[in-house]
Design a protein around this ligand. Structure first.
Ligand code: AMP
Ligand code: MN
Length: 363
């Protein structure tokens, strides 16, 4: 089909999309139709969207009779072991086979998957971060999608595959985790529409939630107790921070991934606008999770330190002395909160003045 016909065809059933988004999607469809042997990968320490979208795409390609393989630098975390196909993920430090194309899911740059020789392959970059670099031969970037899972769903529709239970469970997990269980501001009508279709295709939401969120090892609970004991906040109460040390992992027998999700606890305090959670991965090296509410932009802060992410959820790696690293990131968060407050006050003040003028004119 010509691109114009594509646009009309796709618009008839896919959720409203701009024509450029449809063009990028059509490039991916054409590639899949024309080629056979594919690898799919995501970032190091893959999360629910990285794995769910990768495996969703894997099952989609299988349904089309193609020859796909999911390859990752890191093993599947405990929380995602029950995803259909999790046991098929091949852990490898390098792209050691030749593929017609390699799909790279939700990565800010070509080094994020941590796979040697990836750049020698035909790379298709699929991401929903506006900040991603266009590192692929084909780039499909949709910053309006709540998760790459939404994009995989759109691809499935575009290519004319019905959601199998496997595809549906993988894509649902991507949506569930990247929206913080439908809590975050990226949760849209479209997210629920897609989730609804996935449930119709056989997903049991309670079963997925149980597998992802209620299946922790006890070591995570013990680690959580230690991490939470380090929680502090600034005098205004708007910025909080916590640390997870290597000693804590030692004492509890917990793994680094057991710390995933702790960053959300201080966020559940009404006054807290931003949180930094520093996890020591080697002496003096801290993988740092940043979270914020509303207009407070932590992606911009993460980028300054060589990381990335979304406005309200981002990450980067810091190094040096514990206290100094903490002070540095907390200072940035305080500035960001201050800026967001300033920005929000200007229009409110103006609005109030306008409202007053209008009321005065009426009376
Ligand atoms: P996390 O705090 O690890 O859950 O990460 C939150 C968000 O930040 C996710 O969307 C990640 O993709 C993104 N992120 C975390 N670390 C990095 C990094 N080093 N580079 C780019 N993006 C990152
Ligand atoms: Mn994502």
């Amino acid at each position: 089909m010509m691109n114009d016909e594509w646009t009309v065809f796709l618009s008839s059933f896919i959720i409203p999309h701009s024509s450029f988004l449809l063009f990028m999607l059509s490039q991916v469809v054409d590639l899949i139709v024309a080629k056979e042997r594919f690898a799919i990968t995501s970032h190091v320490r893959p999360d629910g969207d990285g794995l769910g979208s990768s495996l969703g795409l894997f099952w989609l390609l299988r349904a089309l009779g193609k020859d796909p393989e999911v390859i990752m630098h890191d093993p599947v975390p405990h929380a995602y072991e029950r995803l259909p196909g999790a046991e098929l993920v091949r852990v490898t430090p390098a792209v050691d086979r030749q593929y017609d194309a390699v799909f790279v899911i939700e990565c800010s740059d070509v080094s994020r998957p941590g796979l040697i020789d990836l750049e020698k392959q035909f790379v298709v970059n699929i991401d929903h971060h506006a900040t991603t670099s266009h590192f692929g031969q084909v780039n499909w970037i949709d910053a309006t999608a709540s998760a790459v899972g939404e994009m995989i769903y759109n691809l499935m529709k575009a290519i004319g595959v019905r959601p199998t239970r496997e595809i549906a469970e993988c894509v649902y997990t991507a949506l569930l985790t990247d929206t913080g269980s439908f809590h975050y501001s990226n949760t849209s009508e479209r997210t629920f529409k897609i989730a609804s279709e996935l449930v119709r295709a056989g997903v049991k939401p309670a079963k997925v939630a149980q597998a992802v969120f209620n299946n922790y090892p006890w070591s995570k609970i013990e680690l959580g107790a230690r991490v939470m004991a380090t929680a502090r906040r600034d005098p205004s109460g708007r910025v909080a921070w916590m640390r997870q040390t290597l000693a804590m992992l030692d004492e509890t027998g917990a793994s680094e991934e057991d710390g995933d999700g702790f960053v959300n606890y201080p966020m559940s305090c009404g006054e807290v606008e931003a949180v930094a959670f520093l996890k020591e991965t080697a002496p003096g090296v801290y993988r740092t999770s940043l979270r914020s509410k509303g207009e407070v932009n932590v992606a911009r802060i993460a980028e300054q330190f060589g990381g990335g992410g979304h406005r309200n959820a981002a990450g980067c790696t810091l190094s040096g002395d514990w206290d100094e690293a903490e002070r540095m990131i907390v200072r940035e968060l305080l500035d960001a909160v201050e800026r967001a407050l300033d920005d929000s006050q200007v229009p409110t003040a103006r609005l109030d003045a306008e409202l007053l003028a209008a009321l005065n004119a009426e009376s």
